[in-house]
Structures are given as C-alpha cells and as structure tokens.
Design a protein around this ligand. Structure first.
Ligand code: SPD
Length: 277
C-alpha cells in the first residue's frame, strides 16, 4: 500500500489519496504514466502525478465531453478526438451508430497501451475497426492532415507543458478549418471554481473563430476544482439543443441532462466579463 499526494500544477490545492496499490509505473517519452488501485475509486490513471481518470467517475466526464456535441450534431460521421489516449472519449463516440470513422490523436501512444492493459473498461473501443490512432501532437496533426470532420473533441490534460497549445487561438483556427459547415468542437476547459479566468480566455479564443460559443459544466469528484467546464463552439448549430433522441446504453447523459448542463446566460455573461469570481 502507498499514498499519493496529487501535485496538480494548475490547481491551488492538492488531493491526498490513502491506501493505494501501485499496479504499473513507467516513464514514457513524454511523461510518468502510473496506474493505481484505490478501494473507493477503483483503478486510476495518473500522468505526471495528476489524476486523469478513475473507474468510479470516468463515465461522468467521458459522457459529458462527448455526448452534448454528438447529439447537437444532426449526423456525425467523421469524428476527431485530440488527447484522450486512454480511450474513454473514443468509447463514447463509437456508441453513435452514425460514426463511420474516429481518429484519435494523442502525443503519447503509451497511454493507450497502458490503459488497454490495466483499465480495459475504458480503453476497450480502441480496437474497433473504425478507430485510427495517430501518435502525435494535435496541432502537428491538423497542420499535416487535410481531412474534414463533423465533430472535434479535445480531451486534453491540464494546460501545462505539451497541452498548452491545445488551448491557443491558433489551434482553434486550425480546428475551424478542419470542421465541416455544420461542425462542432468541444474542449474540456478546467474548473469554474478555480480557473474562471482561464474559462473566460478559452471562450474568447473560441469566439475569435466561431460564430456560436457556449459553456456547460459537470460536477466531477476527482479533478481539483470539481465544477468542471466544457467549452463548445460551432459553425452553425445552437448546441444547447439536442438534435436527436439520446442513444441507448448511457449511464448519465440524457436529454434532460443536456438541457440542464449549460450555464444560465446570466452566469455565462459573468464568466465572459470577468465578474463571476
Ligand atoms: N486536472 C485533470 C484534468 C484532466 C482532464 N482530462 C482527462 C482525460 C480523460 N480522458
């Protein structure tokens, strides 16, 4: 048994996990990759000391980063996931029968391999024949690959190190070019409690490129700050409106969750004007 002080460099606090068992540890070309087992949270993926997912609550995060955009789109066929090497977002994307191809672009291919071995319930869909894995950075991929997508999901780590570029204006401009005319992009954009200035910056940067930008949230137990935001932008669609009947087999997301998840307009205005906190 060991303990873990989670040292998230983007958060003003740390979490202390008691009584963990370390199941796997390696240094990839990019980061320290660890898998722990915890009596309450189950198996946990930890990258450079920061908890990325736990078996107990990962479905809240992965369903909510994927399904609002996928249901707001009338017919998503080609989907790009940037980051998300653990496979949780790809698993949710592939639940949609309309999806013909899903490209997973993560700079560190070892994350997919390690999660496939240790947390197969998260990574199981990575072996689906519709999935194409590209082990490279998101910006480099968008510069070199000219394919177009219906939905882009940016399932990144915190905005430090290599992930920083995934939150820049220049990156959203690249995403805009690769989205079809009814395309939708969504990114995790950190905690409303701890990072409201950062959420504001992401909203502004998306609005430099996209005519429609919005923000919804989901409470998550394992990310410091807990009140997690997702910034979503589209070329033509009001993403507050689900275009389709919710797909079967989900544990949390449904039409009512979709409606309730978006920030009230008054609160969104406060976030965007810097008066929220
Ligand atoms: N503070 C940790 C934020 C992590 C967000 N990304 C999680 C990736 C899970 N697929």
């Amino acid at each position: 048994m060991s303990d873990l002080w989670e040292s998230d460099p983007f958060s003003p606090i740390g979490y202390y996990y008691k009584d963990l068992t370390l199941l796997h540890e390696e240094l990839s070309d990019y980061q320290a990759v660890q898998i722990y087992e915890h009596s309450f949270f189950g198996r946990m993926l930890v990258l450079d000391g920061v908890v990325q997912l736990t078996q107990r609550d990962e479905h809240f995060y992965h369903e909510m980063i994927v399904h609002p955009a996928m249901h707001a789109h009338p017919n998503p066929k080609q989907v790009l996931v940037i980051g998300g090497g653990d496979g949780g977002s790809i698993r949710e994307v592939l639940r949609h029968p309309s999806v013909e191809a899903a490209v997973l672009v993560d700079i560190d291919g070892r994350v997919s391999d390690v999660v496939t071995e240790w947390i197969p319930s998260v990574a199981s869909a990575l072996s689906d024949s519709r999935v194409e894995r590209q082990d490279q950075g998101g910006a480099a991929f968008l510069e070199s690959d000219q394919r177009e997508f219906d939905v882009v999901i940016i399932d990144s780590t915190d905005p430090v190190g290599p992930a920083t570029e995934l939150f820049e204006s220049a990156f959203y401009a690249q995403v805009f070019l690769r989205l079809r005319d009814d395309g939708i992009v969504v990114t995790q954009s950190e905690s409303l409690h701890f990072h409201s200035d950062f959420v504001r910056a992401v909203q502004q940067r998306m609005a430099e490129q996209f005519p429609i930008v919005d923000c919804y949230t989901q409470a998550l137990s394992t990310y410091a700050g807990n009140w997690w935001t997702f910034s979503i932008a589209s070329k033509a669609t009001d993403t507050r409106i689900s275009a389709r009947t919710p797909i079967d087999g989900l544990r949390y997301y449904d039409a009512e969750v979709h409606r309730a998840a978006f920030l009230p307009q008054r609160v969104l205005k406060q976030v965007r004007s810097g008066t929220f906190l």
